[in-house]
Design a protein around this ligand. Structure first.
Ligand code: GDD
Ligand code: MG
Length: 334
């Protein structure tokens, strides 16, 4: 089976990290997010992953120079212009010649859902498409789904207004689709699967859904990206990954609590890290304090950062005291 992974978004909410690295290539506990996704697809029998690329495709080619990832063959489909989710799926599926049941995944989620069970459910319903659903406390930033008691979707509302729906169950960003769905996606047309295609499939009674309470997170915001990292090192998930990447240097006098240190990063003596992620190549100077922060660039001696994000080009001066800051500040950049 083949899978299309949507990786063409701008990653706006994760700026400045995504100024240099597309969101799916950011590591989560020292493994690129895309690699987590492709490994889970591979375990479910997917043999080829089609990357629906738009914005910044080159880092993806460089990241997987032999054209494979986690033992799964890669196919790169690069849109000439952003086509939105349905336009991108249609473009990628045609580019890869997909003509049988396939899986689609948003590139910014992490989940323990059993993909083989989702495919089996899809086939048992005889649906044209099947969504994976998950419950959340605040559904306003998601696609909200209402179902009947038998696994069919009755309503799909993307980013509902307050009071528009009572459902707390959302589209978790993994779908099983029949190739006939491509007929609903005219070639090279900008189209949203959430706002146009799913509502049309609901109207035809052809969209099914399977809700599970497996671990699930959308990693697209600084707080959720941070949580996705920490959940993989502190035992929240069944899998526990290493918190220190290869060739990282952590001084013996640094204190590191529930934090991730990326490949080749340096953390100097006397630094205190709590609930933070130091990304590959970052430089954390002596006696720095990091709390709930994401650092890709350089932090000078004695600085203190709480709830901050430092991009690859970010330089925090020595002894700076920052709270909820972004360095450089995306608001001042093009
Ligand atoms: N190739 C390509 N081209 N990919 C795109 C484009 C495009 O024009 N636009 C968005 N994407 C990719 C993003 O990179 C991301 O992987 C995925 O499509 C979804 O886009 P987001 O911008 O992250 O959407 P969202 O998080 O607001 O909402 C989506 O995900 C939620 C679950 O996390 C929707 O699918 C919601 O319905 C869902 O609940
Ligand atoms: Mg998202």
């Amino acid at each position: 089976m083949q899978a299309v992974i949507l990786v063409g978004g701008f990653g706006t909410r994760l700026r400045p990290l995504t100024f240099t690295t597309p969101k799916p290539l950011l590591p989560i506990a020292n493994v690129r997010q895309l690699e987590h996704l492709i490994a889970s697809l591979g375990s479910a029998g997917v043999t080829r992953a089609v990357l629906a690329l738009g914005f910044k495709p080159e880092p993806f080619f460089q990241a997987f120079p032999d054209g494979s990832c986690a033992g799964v063959e890669l196919h790169y489909a690069v849109e000439p212009e952003p086509l939105d989710t349905a336009g991108a799926i249609g473009f990628a599926a045609r580019d890869a010649g997909i003509d049988s049941t396939f899986i689609v995944m948003n590139g910014d989620i992490l989940s323990d859902v059993d993909l083989s069970a989702l495919v089996a459910f899809h086939r048992s319903k005889g649906a044209e498409g099947t969504l994976h659903l998950t419950p959340v406390d605040d559904p306003s930033q998601y696609g909200v789904v209402e179902t009947d008691g038998e696994g069919w979707v009755r309503r799909f509302v993307e980013k509902p207004q307050p009071g528009e729906t009572d459902s707390r169950v959302i589209n978790a960003g993994t779908y099983v689709l029949e190739p006939s769905v491509l007929d609903r996606m005219p070639p090279m047309q900008r189209l949203s699967i959430e706002r146009a295609v799913f509502p049309a499939m609901v109207a035809d009674g052809r969209l099914a859904a399977m809700a599970t309470d497996d671990y699930w997170i959308d990693t697209g915001r600084p707080d959720t990206y941070l949580k996705a990292n920490l959940d993989l090192i502190d035992g929240t998930r069944s899998l526990i990954l290493s918190s220190v990447g290869p060739n990282a240097h952590v001084a013996a006098t640094a204190s590191v609590t529930r934090s991730v240190i990326g490949e080749g990063a340096r953390v100097e003596g006397g630094s205190v890290l709590v609930d933070s992620v130091v990304l590959p190549g970052a430089q954390v100077g002596p006696a720095v304090r990091l709390e709930r922060s994401l650092v890709m660039g350089t932090v000078g001696e004695g600085a203190s950062l709480v709830d901050c994000v430092v991009g690859a080009d970010g330089v925090v001066p020595a002894r700076a005291q920052l709270v909820a800051a972004k360095v450089p500040d995306p608001a001042t950049m093009g």
